[in-house]
Design a protein around this ligand. Structure first.
Ligand code: AHR
Length: 312
C-alpha cells in the first residue's frame, strides 16, 4: 500500500515536471501607432491567459534591434520565437540561425521576403494587398458620379515594410484602368502622426486646392494629416476626402467628427491566434502556412454605431 502511494506521488511529480512552461520570445517593431500599442497589449494579455512565459523586446523601429533580440532569444533557448518584421528583406541569416538551433519561428502581422519558406512555421496577419484594394474600391464607388480628374495624394507607411508595399499595390491595382484617378504625390509618413502631418503640410504647400483625396496607409498618419488640412484652412472629410487603414478608435472619433471618410480594418488583436499557434507547435501539430485575419470596411456613416463595439 505504502509503495503504491509513493509510486503515485512520484508519478504526479513527473507529470508536473513534464508540463514545463512554454517560453516565447517576441520581438515587436516599436510603438509607432495606436495599432501597434493595441497589438502589444493583445500579445501580452493572451500570453498571460495561455500561461505562456513571454520574453518581450521592443525594437524601436530598427531592424538591427530585431535581429539582436532574435539572437538573444536563441541564446536563451526559448521554445518559440515570434516577431513582426519591420521591413520585408534581410532576415535570412538570423532565421537560419534559429532553424539551426531548432527553434520554430512564427511571423505575426508582417511578412518577410525569403526564398526559403522553411525558415518560418506560419504567418499570422492581415492581407495588406486586399486592404489596399478595399480602400480603392470604396473610392471608386464614392466618386462614381464625379466628372473629371480625381487627384490623390498618398501617405505611405514605413519604406520597405510589407504593409506599405502591399497597400500601395492593392490600391493601384484597382485604379490601373481608371485614368481619371491619379496619384499626384506619394511619400512615406512612416506610420506616425507627426510624420503624417509634416508630409501632408508639404503636399498642401505644393498642390494647394488641387488635392481631392488623401489615401493614408494607416489611421495615425491620416489623423496627423487632418491637423495639417485644418491648419491650411480646408475641411478634412469634405474639401479633401480621407481614406485610411486600421480602424483604431482614433479613426472612429475622427469619422464621428466628420473629418475622416472611411477606414479599412486591419486587426491588431493577434495575441490569441499567436498563443494557440505556439501551443500547437509545442504539441507537435502541423500549422497552416498562412493564417489570415478577417476584417471589414467602416465608412463614416457607420462610425457612431460601431464605436462602442470597438476593442482597440
Ligand atoms: O503592420 C501593420 C501596420 O503597422 C499598421 O497599419 C500600422 O498602423 C502599424 O504601425
Amino acid at each position: 500500500m505504502v509503495l503504491a502511494g509513493l509510486v503515485m506521488i512520484l508519478g504526479g511529480l513527473g507529470c508536473q515536471a513534464e508540463k514545463k512552461k512554454i517560453t516565447l520570445g517576441f520581438s515587436q517593431i516599436g510603438a509607432e501607432s495606436e495599432w501597434r500599442t493595441a497589438n502589444t497589449k493583445s500579445i501580452e494579455e493572451a500570453a498571460k491567459t495561455a500561461g505562456i512565459e513571454l520574453k518581450f523586446s521592443d525594437a524601436q523601429q530598427k531592424q538591427e534591434n530585431q535581429i539582436k533580440a532574435i539572437r538573444s532569444f536563441i541564446a536563451q533557448k526559448v521554445d518559440v520565437i515570434a516577431f513582426s518584421p519591420v521591413v520585408e528583406t534581410g532576415w535570412e541569416p538570423v532565421l537560419r540561425e534559429a532553424k539551426a538551433a531548432k527553434i520554430p519561428v512564427i511571423l505575426t502581422d508582417r511578412a518577410v521576403d525569403t526564398k526559403d519558406e522553411t525558415l518560418w512555421a506560419t504567418f499570422i496577419g492581415s492581407d495588406f494587398v486586399e486592404e489596399g484594394r478595399r480602400a480603392a474600391k470604396w473610392l471608386v464607388e464614392k466618386m462614381k458620379d464625379h466628372q473629371g480628374a480625381v487627384n490623390i495624394v498618398e501617405l505611405q507607411g514605413t519604406v520597405g515594410s510589407a504593409p506599405a508595399i502591399d497597400r500601395k499595390k492593392g490600391f493601384e491595382e484597382i485604379l490601373k484602368d481608371k485614368p481619371d484617378f491619379k496619384i499626384i504625390r506619394s511619400q512615406t509618413g512612416d506610420f506616425t502622426r507627426a510624420k503624417g502631418k509634416e508630409v501632408m503640410e508639404a503636399f498642401l504647400k505644393a498642390e494647394g486646392k488641387n488635392i481631392h483625396v488623401l489615401y493614408a496607409h494607416n489611421d495615425d498618419m491620416a489623423i496627423g494629416a487632418i491637423q495639417a488640412i485644418e491648419e491650411a484652412g480646408l475641411r478634412p472629410g469634405k474639401d479633401i476626402l480621407i481614406i485610411s487603414i486600421d480602424a483604431v478608435k482614433g479613426a472612429f472619433e475622427a469619422m464621428m467628427a466628420g473629418k475622416l471618410n472611411v477606414t479599412v480594418e486591419c486587426s491588431p488583436l493577434l495575441g490569441p491566434q499567436l498563443m494557440s499557434a505556439v501551443s500547437d507547435l509545442m504539441a507537435g501539430k502541423a500549422l497552416p502556412k498562412r493564417i489570415v485575419t478577417e476584417e471589414s470596411v467602416f465608412p463614416m456613416e457607420t462610425a457612431a454605431q460601431e464605436f462602442p463595439k470597438r476593442k482597440y
